[in-house]
Design a protein around this ligand. Structure first.
Ligand code: PMP
Ligand code: GLN
Length: 439
């Protein structure tokens, strides 16, 4: 077992060593599944995306645009496909040279230091794989990882809580308690994960909050994993700050990005991890021994997209400037609609999700197939099946210990065509006629 495991890489061998033989499955008597997958077999995206499709629901659930990426990246993709053999073959394992070069040039200007394209960047199969490589490469059994709740459901380990204070009106009102955060650092803490702008809340961390996190990281010699996939999507003058740009943080931060979010092309699955060479080299070890690299033509198209954005950066022509303006209108429209039907939305400062309080809805949930699930899960499934509208339960973004406290919110995605938002609005308005309590 040890020898076989070593073929695939040392991170697998740690957990394979005690695999047992005790479960009867079909005509096999050995235990089939590895222990590491226990408890993670259910997946909210798989389950609810299928349910939404089965009921042909209007989909404000899963976070993907139902419109096309900008034409300059689409054209770049088509051009790449017609450029001869090379775009159809393997490229450099850790990132197509054109892409890592322009990512380094683009982000050097933002982080305020020289980023080495060959050493400091790893291109991955979406931000998902960048997170996977980071955890596999840096976190050992017994290490503690602090994750600020609510968190993108893919992450789970130790968690912290973002506490609502005062009247909850804007995601800016949800603040991190410095005392609580400080109390969670221990000698075993290896890393902290933050996500700004946050999914699902839309909170954008202020410089002061990041400074506080940075000081704790430096004091306790902890790595910061900063998921910034929605970095270009901020509203009402809110500014996204990269924690890696704060003094002393470049050396200990892994910044995660996604071309799927950046260029509205989630299906391309191009993402990256960026950070100091001494950390990134370990992520590369995982990457080279798992997927090796991601699609060459998609990387080339993203490279052309970033070069174009580099050239027009800070002007009105920039997609990074235009997309948040476009989404701001949709955000206000959705918030107005939710308020008008008696829901209490929390206006996000960033990202493309909005959560809303459903506690004043008196829906009688009688579906026996969901009776053991949290209230928001049951509500969301009822909304898909009975009203044809898909959303996401917010308790999915909390650890099991805190899930019960956050069952009164659901998440709406507004990176959708106006016609989709209109269809959702029609459903909600029809339903609200006499059925939802207004306040
Ligand atoms: N991080 C966050 C916060 C996300 O919301 C998502 C999914 N949209 C990801 C990472 C994964 O991104 P990708 O689609 O690039 O893998
Ligand atoms: N991250 C996306 C969201 O929050 C979806 C990810 C997925 O579908 N796996 O909606």
């Amino acid at each position: 077992m040890w020898r076989r495991a070593a073929v695939y890489g040392p991170w697998l061998s740690i957990r394979l060593v005690n695999a047992g033989f005790h479960e009867k499955q079909g005509n096999m008597s050995r235990k089939l599944h590895a222990r590491r997958i226990e408890g993670i077999d259910k997946n909210i995206w798989v389950e609810l995306t299928q349910l939404a499709a089965d009921y042909k629901a209007v989909n404000l659930g899963q976070g993907f645009p139902d419109f096309s990426p900008p034409s300059f990246v689409q054209e770049a993709f088509c051009k790449a496909l017609n450029e001869g053999f090379s775009m159809h073959q393997y490229t450099r394992a850790f990132g197509h040279p054109n892409l890592v070069k322009i990512l380094a040039k683009f982000f050097s200007r933002i982080v305020g230091r020289e980023i080495d394209p060959m050493e400091d960047i790893l291109v991955s199969v979406g931000a998902y794989q960048a997170l996977f490589c980071t955890f596999q490469a840096l976190i050992d059994e017994g290490d503690e990882v602090i994750i600020v709740e609510p968190f993108f459901d893919y992450l789970f380990a130790l968690s912290k809580q973002l506490k609502g204070c005062g009247p909850v009106l804007s995601s800016a009102d949800w603040v991190l308690s410095p005392e609580e955060l400080a109390s969670k650092f221990s000698p075993r803490t290896k890393a902290i994960v933050i996500n700004t702008p946050n999914n699902p809340l839309g909170k954008v961390y202020k410089r002061k909050e990041l400074q506080m996190i940075a000081e704790l990281c430096i004091k306790h010699d902890v790595i910061c994993i900063s998921d910034e996939v929605y970095e270009w999507l901020t509203y009402d003058g809110t500014k996204h700050v990269k924690i890696a740009s704060l003094p002393g943080m470049w050396e200990r931060t892994v910044t995660i990005g996604s071309a799927g979010k950046t260029f509205s092309a989630t299906g391309w699955k191009v993402g990256w991890a960026m950070g100091s060479e001494h950390i990134l080299k370990h992520l590369k070890t995982v990457h080279q021994n798992s997927v090796y690299h991601c699609a060459t033509a998609a990387q080339e198209a993203v490279a052309v997209g970033f070069q174009r954005e580099y050239d027009v950066f800070g002007t009105e022509e920039s997609y990074f400037h235009q997309l948040p303006i476009h989404l701001h209108e949709k955000r206000l429209r959705l918030a107005d609609c939710l308020k008008s039907v008696g829901l209490k939305p929390i206006l996000p400062q960033g990202g493309y999700f909005m959560i809303a309080d459903i506690s004043n809805l008196n829906v009688d949930l009688t579906d026996p197939s969901t009776k053991d699930e949290p209230y928001d899960y049951r509500f969301v499934k009822w909304l898909i099946k009975e009203k044809g509208l898909a959303t996401i339960p917010v308790s999915a973004f909390y650890s099991p210990e805190h899930r019960n406290e956050f069952q009164k919110y659901i998440r709406f995605c507004f990176v959708k065509e106006d016609s989709t938002l209109q269809a959702a609005e029609d459903i909600l308005r029809q339903w609200s006629d006499g059925k939802l309590k207004k306040f």
